[in-house]
Design a protein around this ligand. Structure first.
Ligand code: B1M
Length: 211
């Protein structure tokens, strides 16, 4: 099985979607537990990719193709994971804020969070404060994750925090934000719980805000 795990690792790291699909299916057919496939074969290469990105060795395209390859593997084991009832790290409601249609970064963050064992509900793009509030009211949400790529849409993050306060549910959920124009200073100013400048840090922040 070591060899299959190594092939999955290499496939994710190099973004070889077909190899990942083939090897994950081989592991499933060999009755390897979906949890082992996730934790020992799919997540470790993404951690390395995130690390290489932070060190400037990998760039966004490499990270995207790796994330896509990991996602292909995840899709195969997802039904089995649900069946096996693997404990989730937490539930994240993710969206790009109102007026903003950029979704590549958000999708990448969502994939990394899923890969790290979070349950992700993706509300898509152009998500207004009320939609985030409604999602929290529907229950069982641990973190709201907002993405913004435009300086003109960033204020929607503050508006969403205010909407959560107005609805009396700000203390029921952690809020984390990110996106190219977003800074740590801005996140402190608007009173959110976490800010991440890239997708791999988003996983670390999501884990730390729930601690
Ligand atoms: Co637009 N765009 N765009 N664009 N676009 C930018 C953002 C811009 C910087 C380009 C520029 O002028 N240099 C500029 C914004 C300027 C500003 O506000 N300061 C801009 C503009 C002006 C516009 C339009 C207004 C252009 C126009 O129509 N005149 C328009 C707006 C549309 C709208 O949203 N209403 C527009 C449209 C588009 C496209 C549709 C063509 C396309 C988006 C396609 C899509 O997303 N499906 C697009 C693109 C591709 C870009 C650039 C080139 C690339 C963005 C991207 O995907 N980056 C961008 C220039 C740039 O950023 N260099 C630009 C890759 C992605 C992986 O990175 O999204 O930063 P990023 O995500 C990172 C981190 O930020 C972080 O992790 C991710 C992975 O590491 N992160 C989070 C993101 N969200 C997070 C959430 C978290 C944590 C971390 O927690 C929840």
């Amino acid at each position: 099985m070591k060899e299959i795990f190594e092939l999955i690792y290499e496939g994710v790291k190099t973004g070889n979607l077909d190899a990942v699909r083939t090897q994950v299916q081989a592991a499933i057919d060999g009755e390897v537990s979906p949890e082992a496939i996730l934790k020992e074969a799919l997540i470790p290469p993404m951690e390395e990719v995130g690390q290489l990105f932070e060190e400037g060795e990998f760039f966004v395209p490499e990270m995207l193709i790796a994330a896509r390859a990991m996602q292909a593997g995840l899709e195969l084991i997802k039904p089995l994971l649900i069946e096996a009832d693997v404990e989730s790290e937490g539930r994240v409601v993710l969206g790009t804020v109102k007026g903003d249609l950029h979704d590549i970064g958000k999708n990448l963050v969502g994939m990394m969070l899923e890969g790290a064992g979070f349950d992700v509900i993706d509300l898509g793009t152009d998500v207004g404060p009320d939609s985030f509030v409604d999602a929290v009211k529907e229950g069982d949400v641990d973190i709201i994750g907002m993405s913004a790529l435009l300086t003109t849409t960033m204020p929607q993050m503050e508006a969403t925090v205010q909407a959560l306060i107005d609805a009396g549910i700000r203390d029921k959920v952690k809020v984390m934000i990110g996106g190219a124009p977003v800074t740590a200073e801005y996140s402190e100013r608007i009173g959110v719980d976490g800010f991440a400048e890239d997708a791999s840090k988003a996983v670390k922040i999501a884990k730390s805000v729930l601690e």
